[in-house]
Ligand binder design. Structure first.
Ligand SMILES: Cc1ncc(COP(=O)(O)O)c(C=O)c1O
Length: 448
């Protein structure tokens, strides 16, 4: 294909298509993907690129997994769709809920399916509020989340998301949503005399609950590792302390496992790293490796029991909840995750990627922090390594480094000046090493 093939498609795209985070200027040099081969994407000019972010953190199994395509095709031929509303079900959804109850946290055994992450956030907010009403505490309705958290952009999910550019165009936000600082080991400054940085960061939650009034707070939602906010891995003592605080004030702990679920961080679910059990979980993305839009929430036995006993219908519903084809793909994907040991692979390959990045970039004067857990890593560029002073956003350093990696055959995403990497779990070791080489070359090309 000629080089003009992609440019011609971008012109047609610009005429009628509106994108997530739509920005005509940013899109003018955009890519049009026409194919995929394992951990690689192929553009309209026929060039291959390493898929540095597994699509949007979702395609852990890579492209070309015939098992997943076959599962969808088989199910669509057998039964295209059936309502999942009470009074109607399908075998794939029943099987998927059974399977999930075996692999999620031991206390999580009841599941409701959605079409993605944002719908899952909304479902958990509504679940938490309903739970407290059933428990005779209707005033417990507030939601606390974290700066740099990403939980989607439906209007309620947007209010949980702690990245302010996502709010400003659409304010006012819904009352009753607030944010605490992120534990961000590289940047969080613990008050003098704190037991540790992680404990101090977790204690921010206690302060916020007390400020709001414990009788008004329904839930705290957090990603085990913050993803879109720049791959922020918490301290080991952070989540155990968060759990204690939630228990102390009767606040539900919601683990947003939309990125961390199904092996990405080296364990099946993220909070397993710290031996913490949440009250509610949410997942999406890797449950189908992006082959079908499916997400969901999982609730603790305690919550499910209160719901069962209520005797009234839960007035929450999506047309595509428990979609038979989505559930079929998810079941085939769970076979892959288990038989190919995705958590184990992510742990080993993640170590290789992190070590590679540290040895290639660890001494660069503009690399402030290199971090990761399992197969999700972030490289944070700064103007001054000693003071951690960031570059002026106008310099667009992150965007320039990203463009340089695209020129060298790798496509991913940046959060400001943090370059994020979360390739498919099936990525070969050779390709992981190539990713390190490309990022190191690109860093030198842009920053010297
Ligand atoms: C942790 C987390 N939660 C929720 C979402 C929102 O998911 P969706 O875009 O499917 O609505 C995302 C998307 O990246 C996410 O990373």
């Amino acid at each position: 294909m000629s080089n003009d093939a992609e440019a011609a498609l971008i012109d047609r795209d610009a005429a009628h298509l509106v994108h997530p985070l739509h920005s005509p200027a940013g899109h003018a040099t955009g890519k049009v993907w026409v194919g995929g081969e394992g951990a690689y994407l192929v553009d309209a000019n026929g060039d291959r690129f390493i898929d540095g972010l597994s699509g949007l953190w979702n395609n852990t199994a890579g492209n070309g997994r015939v098992e997943l395509a076959d599962a969808a095709s088989r199910q669509m031929r057998e039964l295209a769709y059936a309502s999942g509303y009470t009074g109607s079900s399908n075998p794939r959804a029943i099987e998927l809920a059974e399977r999930l109850s075996k692999i999620t946290y031991p206390n999580i055994n009841h599941f409701y399916f959605t079409s993605g992450g944002g719908e899952s956030t909304d479902s958990n907010i509504k679940m938490a509020r309903y739970y407290w009403k059933l428990r005779g505490k209707p005033e417990k309705s507030k939601v606390i989340s974290r700066i740099w958290g990403y939980h989607g952009v439906t209007i309620a999910a947007m209010c949980c998301t702690g990245i302010s550019p996502y709010w400003t165009m659409f304010e006012p936000r819904i009352p009753g949503f607030s944010h605490i600082p992120t534990p961000y080991p590289y940047r969080y400054e613990a008050p003098e005399g704190s037991a540790s940085q992680g404990i101090a960061a977790a204690d921010e939650l206690e302060k916020a609950i007390l400020a709001e009034g414990p009788d008004t707070v329904a839930m705290f939602i957090a990603e085990p590792v913050q993803g879109a906010g720049g791959v922020i891995v918490p301290q080991d003592d952070y989540f155990p302390r968060i759990r204690e605080i939630c228990d102390k004030y009767d606040v539900l702990l919601v683990s947003d496992e939309v990125i961390t679920g199904f092996g990405r961080t080296g364990t099946m679910f993220g909070l397993e790293h710290w031996g913490v059990e949440p009250d509610l979980i949410q997942f999406a993305k890797a449950i189908t490796s992006g082959y079908f839009p499916l997400g969901g929430i999982g609730m603790s036995d305690a919550i499910a029991e209160v719901m069962e006993e209520s005797g009234e219908p839960w007035m929450h519903a999506y047309t595509y909840s428990a979609h038979p084809a989505g559930c079929a793909v998810a079941l085939a994907m769970l076979d892959i995750i288990e038989s190919e040991d995705f958590p184990g692979q992510a742990a080993a390959k993640g170590d290789r990627l992190l070590e590679g990045l540290k040895s290639a970039l660890g001494n660069h004067p503009n690399v402030g922090d290199i971090r990761g857990l399992g197969l999700m890593c972030g490289v944070e560029y700064v103007k001054d390594r000693a003071t951690k002073e960031p570059f002026d956003p106008k310099d667009g350093v992150g965007a320039k480094i990203h463009s340089a990696t695209v020129e060298r055959g790798m496509f991913s995403r940046v959060r400001g000046d943090v370059y994020c990497l979360a390739p498919p779990i099936v990525t070969s070791e050779e390709t992981i090493d190539k990713m390190v080489e490309i990022l190191a070359d690109s860093t030198r090309a842009v920053l010297g």
